[in-house]
Design a protein around this ligand. Structure first.
Ligand code: 8Y4
Length: 277
């Protein structure tokens, strides 16, 4: 039988219907005003708000993976995310995932209360695979061609769907070999990570080939450049396009949608869910 829930260190993520993951970036550019406490308060408030809007999980990240973004030290990343995870997990009843590639951040984040690891590098960084296995929490494995700094230079694929499916399948095998059970894995094609518009569209069109891997599929297209390119709209005018992309993904079998706009996305997913029932 298909598994319908994922245990995130005690908090349950119910995947019997499409769910929304709310994005909580804890970078200086997102909650910028001055002192650290203001920043933490604002981030926690934003997290709580997304839960009120219906988010089933909150994804907290302290490292910008934008091309050209400054690299963030382990200590800086910890300073950003740990206090927010500590406070938010005490105040909300849904799980929190930590968006990180670093083993030490995974460890400290889970100690602070995070119940899932969301790794855009799919546990390929030094020590990440072993650490995730040891921590025993679920992991979202995402495909990325190249590194955040170089990935958008000139991404090339002969068959992007085959490449991404093959990569994810290989990372799933690596996780199983490292002792991470299959029921603790999700997969994600990594929209925008070393992909041109045509690659992103092909992945969305053939998302069923990723769903066929047999693991829950998470997607993140919210406000990304693929939406901007299709609509010729700036970052703050991409909500409707992002919601449309989320509905397409869910109709093709995705079960978790990572988004900045929880309320609008959830309304749309409820409509899609009624048809999927
Ligand atoms: C505007 C808005 C411009 C967003 C760029 C962005 C994913 C992810 C990111 C994803 C999973 C981002 C951490 C990139 N994207 N994790 N993380 N899947 N699992 N860029 O697609 O949102 S960060």
């Amino acid at each position: 039988m298909k598994r319908l829930t994922i245990d995130c260190a005690g908090d349950c993520l119910d995947l019997s219907q499409p769910r929304v993951m709310g994005i909580l970036n804890v970078t200086p550019d997102s909650f910028s005003d001055g002192g650290r406490h203001v920043t933490i308060d604002a981030a926690v408030a934003r997290g709580r708000r997304m839960v009120e809007e219906g988010a089933s999980i909150i994804d907290i990240g302290g490292e910008s993976t934008r091309p050209g973004a400054d690299p963030v030290s382990v200590d800086e990343e910890l300073k950003r995310v740990v206090p927010v995870i500590e406070r938010l997990t005490k105040e909300i009843s849904v799980p929190v995932s930590v968006d990180t590639r670093k083993a030490k951040v995974m460890r400290e984040a889970v100690a602070a209360g995070a119940g899932m690891i969301n790794d855009v590098a799919a546990l390929r960084e030094e020590g990440a695979l072993e650490t995730a296995a040891e921590l025993g929490v679920p992991v979202c494995l995402m495909h990325m061609q190249g590194t955040p700094d170089t990935m958008q230079k000139a991404p090339v694929y002969t068959d992007v769907v085959k490449t991404v499916a093959g990569f994810l399948s290989g990372r799933v095998e690596a996780c199983l070999a490292a002792g991470i059970p299959r029921h603790n894995l999700l997969v994600d094609p990594g929209f925008g990570f070393g992909k041109r518009l045509a690659h992103n569209i092909a992945l969305l069109k053939h998302l069923d080939d990723i769903v066929s891997l047999g693991l829950p599929v998470l997607v993140g297209m919210s406000r990304k450049s693929m939406i901007g390119q299709l609509l010729d709209r700036p970052l703050d005018e991409r909500v409707f396009g992002s919601v449309a992309a989320a509905v397409v993904a869910v109709m093709k079998g995705a079960i978790v949608v990572r988004t900045h706009d929880v309320g609008p996305t959830l309304d749309a997913l409820k409509v899609a869910a009624a048809v999927l029932e």
